[in-house]
Design a binder for this molecule. Structure first.
Ligand SMILES: Cc1cc2nc3c(=O)[nH]c(=O)nc-3n(C[C@H](O)[C@H](O)[C@H](O)COP(=O)(O)O)c2cc1C
Ligand code: SF4
Ligand code: SF4
Length: 264
């Protein structure tokens, strides 16, 4: 059996979790596809496709949804959805499930993994959740991967694969998906500390919405900016700042504790 996981990761937590899934699934060889790299996805060779994203204001990011909407229509190809989150997932998995199903995939299961926060305002507010996932959450993650293996076994045997469902929990069911304009406004205008900026271009490269141009310092097109904080988080010089946040709360890459738990 062959599996593919298409993932969108802003700071690397989701990428690490997907690598962990790929390394621990026994019933299929699993390839990974980084949605942010913009490659076209050839799904034909795969028996099952996983879709993974991080929670971005209680839902999946626009980049993820645009990728899914651009996929060719399927006839019940097996699929699962997976997200990482720092505090509360909200409707992330549900919105992902709907988007993926709308393309003709048969979504049979889903899982949310609690991880450290990558959202600077939460980190500055002391809610970095650096120790997530805890032991119980790691056991639940392992149980999800074991179930994924059973799904793959059923698929390999050629029978009808039973749908396991996509659990999101009561609290998440009650939460709305906030309008993106709020998130964008929450981050607000980005400034560049010209004394710190080395014109390295990292911010422009990591901006998934092509909102940054170097001229030669970065210039942000606020009409394209999605408020994803990738430029802020990943500038090696911490030169990007906003009206409220300067030099604090960055999450450029997965926390060492998460690496130790998910290192593969
Ligand atoms: C812009 C932004 C919005 C976020 N919104 C949420 C949220 O609504 N709920 C939550 O639990 N975590 C939220 N997070 C935290 C991330 O979902 C979490 O840290 C995730 O593991 C990051 O994955 P990544 O490293 O693959 O990007 C947000 C992070 C960012 C950058
Ligand atoms: S990533 Fe930072 S240092 Fe590099 S160009 Fe952007 S603002 Fe300047
Ligand atoms: S400019 Fe920064 S915050 Fe806005 S979309 Fe690009 S990387 Fe994200």
């Amino acid at each position: 059996m062959k599996g593919l996981i298409c993932y969108y990761s802003g700071s690397g937590n989701t990428r690490l979790a997907c690598r962990y899934i790929a390394a621990h699934v026994e019933q299929a060889e699993v390839d990974l596809l980084d949605i942010a790299k913009g490659q076209a996805a050839n799904l034909v060779p795969y028996d099952m496709v996983g879709f993974a994203a991080f929670t971005d204001f209680w839902g999946p990011s626009a980049l993820f949804l645009r990728f899914v909407e651009g996929l060719p229509g399927q006839e019940n190809k097996l699929a699962f959805v997976f997200n990482t989150y720092g505090f509360v997932s909200g409707k992330t998995l549900r919105v992902m499930e709907r988007a993926v199903s709308a393309q003709g995939f048969r979504v049979v299961m889903g899982h949310s993994l609690h991880t450290p926060e990558s959202y600077p305002p939460m980190i500055v507010g002391g809610r970095g959740n650096e120790d997530a996932p805890n032991d119980k959450e790691m056991r639940a993650f392992a149980a999800f991967i074991a179930e994924l293996d059973r799904v793959l076994e059923e698929a390999a045997a050629g029978g009808e694969v039973k749908k396991r469902g996509v659990p999101i929990g009561l609290l998440n069911r009650l939460l709305p998906v906030p309008a993106r304009t709020r998130a964008r406004a929450g981050m607000g205008v980005k400034y560049v500390d010209e004394a710190l900026c080395t014109e390295c271009g990292v911010c422009a490269r990591v901006c998934p919405y092509e909102a940054i141009e170097l001229s030669p310092k970065p210039v942000v097109d606020m009409t394209r900016c999605y408020g994803c904080w990738a430029c802020y988080n990943r500038c090696p010089e911490k030169a990007i700042y906003t009206a409220k946040y300067r030099g604090i709360g960055h999450y450029p890459k997965p926390d060492e504790r998460l690496r130790a738990k998910l290192g593969v």
